[in-house]
Design a protein around this ligand. Sequence first.
Ligand SMILES: [Zn+2]
Length: 277
Amino acid sequence: MAITSPQVHIARTQICEIGRRMYAKGFIASNDGNISIKIDNRRLLITPAGVSKGFLEPDDIIMCDMSGEVIAGTSKPSSEIKLHLEVYRKRDDVGAVVHAHPPYATGFAVARIPLTICILPEVVISIGSIPLASYATPSTDELAEVVSPHLEKNNAILLANHGTLTIGEDVFEAYYVLERIEHLAKVSLIARQLGGARPLGEEELKKLAEVSGGTVEVGEIEKRCSNCGVCGKPVNNKLGSQDTKVGDNQGERNGLKVDNNVISSIVDDVVKKIAEG
Ligand SMILES: [Zn+2]
């Protein structure tokens, strides 16, 4: 395929459009954030480094090969290109990657508190678990390394003390995941200020699986819930009985997650050892 083609031009304009939306929504400040689209198995388009993504023109977008070498473009590609390349290496199904610093989701990432998915029906259905990747210096190989293990199953990842990484089949999907997790983070924070979020109960989650029309199985929801790491309990373990508040008994505040089940099993072990003399 030629360097310019209708397909490439459309992808360039889509990146500009998503950049404008991210900037207008306050998901990025100043020159932050980066967006890429995979053109084919050998090439991607990516935003340039050091410019606001709110005012991009199609010609500003850089074309690179899958090792990060520039094929077409007059400026340097985003310094986070390694992160984007790692996603495409790991996931064949992904056509676009969006990295941003949305304030609410980034607030959770800075406080190192994972986002709970089982408090909003649309999040349970549309997004899998949202892991929190350990901190790594932006734009280094190390960042790609800490994110890599989370890529296999997740389309949204919080980057500790940094921001978000969202991926999708196309750039609109990757953007909508970003929009959704930022909305989730905002609602989570408000619920916390009002005394704590109450997760959906077992019955509610079962009904959600039913209305999803086979898109999501109950087992899949259970898996997502047990992976979210906040309520930390699978559905069949009485997750989200109506009077359970997220964060109440999990010691998750200050980013320290203490699972009561783990504590009880340690206490049991100690008591047993004492009894055995
Ligand atoms: Zn960043």
